[in-house]
Every structure is written in C-alpha cells, then in structure tokens.
Design a protein. Structure first.
Length: 137
C-alpha cells in the first residue's frame, strides 16, 4: 500500500465481523467509588466504556497502515448491571460497518455469564503524525 493509498483508504483491510476483546479485573480504581466520594465501589460506567473502546481499537489495529490509529468518535452505551470488586469483566467489539474513515462497532461487556453493558461505538481513522501536528502535541 502506497502512502497516498493509505491516506485515502486507511481502513481498506477492515472487514465486517472482525472482533476484539479486552479483559480486566475490577479494582477500586475502576469503581465509581474510587472517583466520587460516597458512591459504591462498583465498576464505573466510564471505565466500562473505556474497555469497550479499547476492545474496538484492538479489533482492527492490525489492519491499519503504519502511522495510523483510530480514535473514539461516538458512543451509545447502556450500563445494565453493577459489577463488584474483584470480578472479571470482558469487553468485546464487533465491526458492523466501515464507511470512509469511520468504523461502527457493536460492543458489550460481560461479568461472567451476565451482560453488564451493551451498545455501539464509532471510531475514526487518523494519521497520528498529522493529528499531532494539527493539535500541537
């Protein structure tokens, strides 16, 4: 793939049905109580969404041209049930559609057999060097 082709079609190798997953153990730092005084020590919604975002990125990272990454662009997530300290959460993401530089994923999180979260997440492909220059980091 030439540099100009990669710039025009960075998601060319991404296919519907590709999946990624991430597993994490709920520690106090991943609970809402670890961030907001007086709240219970259960897995926080922002942490669940981050796990879903990471699983989505992992699903397609190997298909991106050198120098390209994906960044979160949209989330539509429902947190369905609490997860207690010490439990294992597995977040999964499945590619639903690829459109231009955008990928839509179905995402879910499970605590054992129980679904604790579900929804959709969209990521956009960006050239990291150009992105860094544009935003000054």
């Amino acid at each position: 793939m030439t540099e100009s082709t990669a710039r025009a079609e960075p998601l060319k190798a991404v296919r519907v049905g590709m999946t990624g997953s991430l597993q994490e153990t709920v520690t106090f730092e991943l609970t809402v109580g670890g961030h907001v005084a007086g709240m219970p020590p259960v897995y926080g919604t922002p942490m669940m969404i981050m796990a879903m975002e990471k699983a989505s990125g992992l699903a397609i990272a190997g298909c991106l041209p050198p120098g390209w990454v994906t960044v979160g662009a949209e989330v539509d997530i429902r947190h369905l049930a609490p997860t207690l300290l010490g439990r294992t959460v597995i977040a999964t993401a499945t590619v639903l559609e690829v459109e231009g530089r955008s990928v839509l994923f179905a995402v879910e999180a499970r605590d054992g057999e129980r679904k604790i979260g579900e929804g959709r997440h969209r990521r956009g492909a960006v050239n990291l060097e150009r992105f860094a220059k544009r935003y000054g980091f």
